[in-house]
Ligand binder design. Sequence first.
Ligand code: GLU
Length: 442
Amino acid sequence: MSVVVRWAPSPTGRIHLGNARPALLNWFFARRHGGRYVLRMDDTDLSRSTREFADGIEQDLAWLGVTPDLLVRQSDRTALYDAARDRLVAAGRLYPCYETEDELDRKRARARLLGKPPIYDRAALSLTDEDRARLKAEGRKPHWRFRLDGRPVQFDDLIKGPQTVNTASMSDPVLIRADGSYLYTLPSVVDDIDLGVTHVIRGEDHVSNTGTQIEIFEALGGPVPTFGHHNLLIDAQGQGFSKRAGSQSIADLRQEGYEPLAVAIAATLTGTSLPVEPYASLDAIAERLDFSMISHGSARFDPAELDGLNARMLHSMPYAEAASRLSAIGMEGEAIWNLFRDNLAKFKDIAEWSAVLHGPIDHEPAPEDIEYLTLARALLPPEPWDETIWATWTNALKAATGRKGKALFLPLRLALTGRHDGPELKSLLVLLGRKACLDRLP
Ligand code: GLU
């Protein structure tokens, strides 16, 4: 059986790290098993879904390095859902209900008062044809519920192991709203069947939906896919990521200059037994990540870990990988990359170092250093320069002034780069060349 997975975001906002997790876990699974990856826009909620968000999600996914084999939108597929609806109605599994929200609220309150679980009482199942005709005449529009079997639904979760969801303790779920629109529950199952989805990999907040949906798969004649529910990513405060709570989006992280692979690693390997460390590619992770390595507890994302990972990836990035990005910002040369990469937190920081190389430097020497720096200028050795020049120069300065340590080096670093930090001066000096050094010394 060839593997088909799908990632099914609702385009009601831009995606965040928490959404990137199933997006990528599905991708890893597909890559590991030579399977197909379907991107499905779960856009049945017309009031909240927009094409703009859907397009944004496509871009974010591409930026993360995922290339779906197929894109479908639920909004294009209503005819399929209508056909499934008709079959379920004919089979007596989908029934019209006429209660208003208010009436349902009151029913729930009454159940609670009697110490009963607030489960829908299926009153609509006892309506006669005359009742329904009267309700319709009152102008009421039905919503439609799926009649659950009400039994322990068992499945062997790819990640969590054997699971049981008892649908007897659940209300019959509403599949169609009074305005005729579908909730995601039925379209999801219809599409999974139609698209031949073999594995549904999604967050563990969907476990109870799985109980319901397995009943729907079976009512529609299946086949029932294998399910895998992964732990959810939580933020440093222990909160879930959410589109509405203004969690940082993938687009924000991109804007801030994070490497897509660093974001992908943090989104997926947090909360697994694999270390959050650099990997060569998504495929390298796919090869290593077995779903048994995904922890059963929550996955706490640490922004500092992402920062550290991003920096480490840059520090070990070979020139061949950086070259085209460097030349896009007008920088060339392996020596430059090798010298500066250790100082980068984000790739874009390289531009600051380019400014250090090409000047002008925005630095006024402290008055007490002027004499020292003037001497340094006078003692600057003649070219040609290699990496021994720095020692030659500073030894001469040490002998002439008796300065050592910070007093010897820091005024030179500040005068030459305008910064307290940076790469080794012995290498930087060679790249700067004698003329630039003379220009920067008083
Ligand atoms: N649109 C649903 C969500 O974003 C999809 C869940 C599923 O994968 O079935 O939560």
